[in-house]
Design a protein around this ligand. Sequence first.
Ligand SMILES: Nc1ncnc2c1ncn2[C@@H]1O[C@H](COP(=O)(O)OP(=O)(O)OP(=O)(O)O)[C@@H](O)[C@H]1O
Ligand SMILES: [Mg+2]
Length: 275
Amino acid sequence: MEEVEREKLAKFSELGAGMNDDIILKVEGLTHRYGDFIALKDVSLEVGRGCLTALIGPNGAGKTTFYNVISGRFKPSEGRIFFDRREITGMEPYKLSAMGLSRSFQITNIFSDLTVLENVMVPIVLHQGKGFHLWSILENDVELKNEALKVLDMVGLSDVADRPARELAYGDKRLIEVGIVLASQPRLVLLDEPTAGMNPEETEQMIHLIRNLAQKLGTTFFLTEHDMKVVFSIAEYIYVLHQGQLLAKGTPEQIKENIKVREAYLGGTIDSGVA
Ligand SMILES: Nc1ncnc2c1ncn2[C@@H]1O[C@H](COP(=O)(O)OP(=O)(O)OP(=O)(O)O)[C@@H](O)[C@H]1O
Ligand SMILES: [Mg+2]
């Protein structure tokens, strides 16, 4: 065996096979470049199974890029990603979703012309691999409707199931997004700023929902969030990105006290609440 191959295998067993069941996501040396610009530089982190984890950092820190790379939207320039002991580096989003890793988008991403219920039925059908008969299934499949209703119940939207999605308030549209993500029964959910653009009441509702879902379903949530009050009230563990590099990691208490984190936020546009 070539020396390089042997090294690769050794590296793999160190990372993948050595990954214990308490760790759902492991990222090793992740670097991402847009042309010459380095958006992520040598980021390594782990997410504990069932541990509500947050990724924070000032605007442009690389959070969305990180999620895009983890969820398969972009291939990393360097580094490796493991999900549930399997290497997933560079895998396509639909494959990852079928494996149990789903994400939501920072920009609202729902089907406005479909009803709320149909919005959740579509990903269930796709997850079951019945996409070819999508429209007849949406109209006729009672079991599917019940399954989608259960999802709507979880996100608190059963009452508006038959309304066109476009008619809903912004906060409720974002709840549909969470429903769409949950429809594929993921074990790990990446949420990129789930409360962006929400008023305080909607934010409160979203945080409450995420915390409940984490507890009830045992799903692991890994989210980004600008509002420090939200982060400190919800996260059990926090990673801080700054200019593409990991600046700090720890419990909310440790992050609050971290001088480097305070400095990174000073002069930024975020009212961090860190100070
Ligand atoms: N497609 C792209 N092409 C080139 N540069 C990009 C691209 N996407 C992001 N960038 C740059 O990469 C850096 C990180 O951007 P990213 O969107 O990942 O940050 P972020 O932490 O999510 O920021 P925000 O808090 O504003 O959402 C920024 O400097 C951004 O301008
Ligand atoms: Mg972003």
